[in-house]
Design a protein around this ligand. Structure first.
Ligand SMILES: [Zn+2]
Length: 243
């Protein structure tokens, strides 16, 4: 949640929410209204909440906007993944499974003034092809990169590596980082996560077989249920791309 600093009293920009089945959270109501919604990428757990804020324009990466407009299978799968999760865990979602009616796609390095908040966009592929980062004043929002409580979830290893290298260059210029999962980080804390993740991805890229990939140490969260499965998925994904 980014409070709007000027010009639009009682507004906020809300980034990535899944909770369409509930009312907008306390902070939106405390600030008055949501002036905009931003999806940092298309994964279902970052997009489904838009239905709770129907008046707010929704900003996404240009890549995701194009994918949705074309009806790409990847965009359809994101919604299918939400259906599957809800079915498994008995989650009601009366608003259904759909994309917002109108999306505003942001291209690399595009600048947008959203409710008085000056945003600069970054295309961040690797976790998904449609990743969107935002620089807002001294704050960097990174979606599903730099989580202090997860390992990288890799879709495209070389793109992921490139995004991490880019974030490492950017971090000295900001004061705080908001990842999609986990608490806010100082720039130094985020830098430590980024360097550990870059080492992890590089080791996976150097692995010659599945046994070597599985032997790569996880950068964190090894005791979190299911994380070892993501680590193994990463190994298989990277080997398909390097083999
Ligand atoms: Zn994700």
């Amino acid at each position: 949640m980014l409070p709007s600093p000027r010009g639009t009293a009682g507004a906020a920009v809300t980034v990535c929410s899944r909770r369409a089945d509930r009312r907008p959270d306390e902070r939106v109501r405390a600030l008055g209204r949501a002036a905009a919604v931003v999806f940092t990428h298309g994964h279902w757990d970052h997009v489904m909440g838009h239905a709770a804020l129907p008046e707010a324009p929704v900003y996404v990466s240009r890549v995701l906007a194009t994918s949705i407009a074309r009806g790409d299978p990847r965009a359809a799968k994101y919604l299918d993944d939400a259906r599957s999760f809800d079915s498994r865990w008995y989650v009601p979602r009366p608003s259904g499974y759909r994309w917002p009616d109108a999306l505003r796609g942001l291209a690399e390095a595009e600048r947008a003034d959203v409710a008085g908040l000056a945003l600069r966009s970054l295309e961040l592929p690797g976790h998904s092809p449609d990743g969107l980062g935002l620089v807002a004043d001294d704050t960097l929002l990174v979606g599903d990169y730099l989580s202090p409580c997860e390992i990288p979830f890799i879709d495209d290893a070389r793109a992921y590596r490139g995004t991490l290298a880019r974030l490492i260059e950017l971090l000295p210029g900001v004061r705080r980082v908001i990842p999609g999962h986990g608490p806010r980080l100082t720039a130094d804390e985020a830098l430590a996560v980024a360097r550990a993740d870059l080492d992890y991805v590089d080791r996976l890229l150097a692995a010659r077989d599945l046994a070597a990939a599985h032997a790569v140490p996880m950068p964190r969260a090894a005791d979190v249920t299911g994380m070892i499965d993501h680590h193994r998925d990463n190994g298989a994904t990277v080997l398909r791309q390097t083999g």
